[in-house]
Write a protein that binds this ligand. Structure first.
Ligand SMILES: [Ca+2]
Ligand SMILES: [Ca+2]
Length: 310
């Protein structure tokens, strides 16, 4: 590699640093107090740190079974603390499995102002919730051949969920996706950032991290601040196992947000400094490799600069 090429690369890298610094970036932070995952999901006494579960839910070290494949079961798990950030992403890995071609009833993710029930009427949680429910509805109550279905339903604490129509008149948005009996766990990524709600779904046909696809995106969604995360599930006459393997929460911060801004840019600077250092090491390695591959040229150069050497 010639020194001109090296210089061009260095210039290009410095330029890309400047571009990075000038672009607004999202700062992400894993929130362990609003998450659970194996291998130590539940402790020996059965408790899940920072969470509370009830109804027919059972937690093990490997997963939370919200509702087992028995008739008329209901269960839920709720975070103990309300969130202290505005924007977030939640990744849920789950398995809904049953022997029948048709299963019931489904599973739901909640973000609500108060903790819901553990044995409530809406997929195990309370009706008339205030906030957001993302419902994975297995059973086709209205017989329109459009289940399993994934949908977001907003509620201000006044509406009663209409099971008879599978909430079809109440949903904000949704997508028709089969999430039952997949070879690998299915996953949902729910992102709420700058009042835009986006739900991605991973259909469990692979275990590839990259295989999420968009379910829906909805703008101008106003959720109450400082809500609680929860999950619930229910069975009916038909029954599936509803297992959640992980619930991972990441808070999202704009670098333009006040207060946290300075801390964010310091983090960013540190990351860039480290990246630059790694890059310099790579350059040095390339120089060394070049010397090894072209010993003749190097010795000519040495001779040119050290006339006393033979
Ligand atoms: Ca239904
Ligand atoms: Ca339906």
């Amino acid at each position: 590699m010639s020194s001109i090429n090296l210089n061009l690369l260095v210039c290009g890298f410095i330029l890309s640093i400047l571009v990075l610094v000038n672009t607004q970036t999202v700062h992400r932070r894993f929130e362990y107090k609003y998450s659970f995952k194996p291998p130590y999901l539940a402790q020996k006494d059965g408790s899940v740190p920072f969470w509370e579960y009830g109804g027919n839910a059972i937690a093990s070290s490997e997963n939370v079974r919200l509702a087992p494949s028995l008739r008329s079961q209901k269960g839920a798990i709720w975070a103990k603390n309300p969130i202290n950030f505005d924007w977030w992403e939640v990744d849920i890995m789950f398995k809904v499995t049953g022997r029948g071609r048709i299963g019931a009833d489904g599973l739901a993710f909640w973000y609500t102002t108060t903790r819901g029930d553990y044995t409530g009427d809406v997929f195990g949680s309370s009706d008339r919730w205030n906030g957001l429910g993302i419902i994975f509805d297995s059973f086709d109550n209205d017989n329109k051949h459009n289940n399993p279905y994934i949908m977001a339903v907003l509620n201000d604490g006044t509406k009663v969920f209409d099971h008879k129509s599978d909430g079809s008149q109440q949903l904000l948005s949704g997508c028709l996706r089969d999430f039952r009996n997949k070879p690998f766990p299915t996953r949902a990524r729910i992102e709420y950032y700058m009042n835009t709600l986006t739900v991605y779904f991973h259909n469990g046909m692979t275990n590839n991290e990259a295989d999420y696809e968009l379910c829906f995106r909805s703008e101008n969604v106003i959720l109450p601040r400082g809500g609680l995360f929860g999950l619930s599930a229910a069975t009916g006459g038909l029954a599936d196992d509803h297992d959640v393997i992980h619930f991972l929460t990441t808070s999202l911060h704009s670098t333009q947000q006040q207060g946290a801004g300075q801390q964010m840019s310091a983090d960013e600077q540190q990351r860039l400094a480290q990246e630059y250092q790694e890059y310099q090491q790579k350059l040095q390695q390339q120089k060394d490799d070049y010397k090894k591959e072209h010993p003749d040229e190097v010795s000519i150069l040495k001779k040119a600069y050290s006339p006393n050497m033979t």
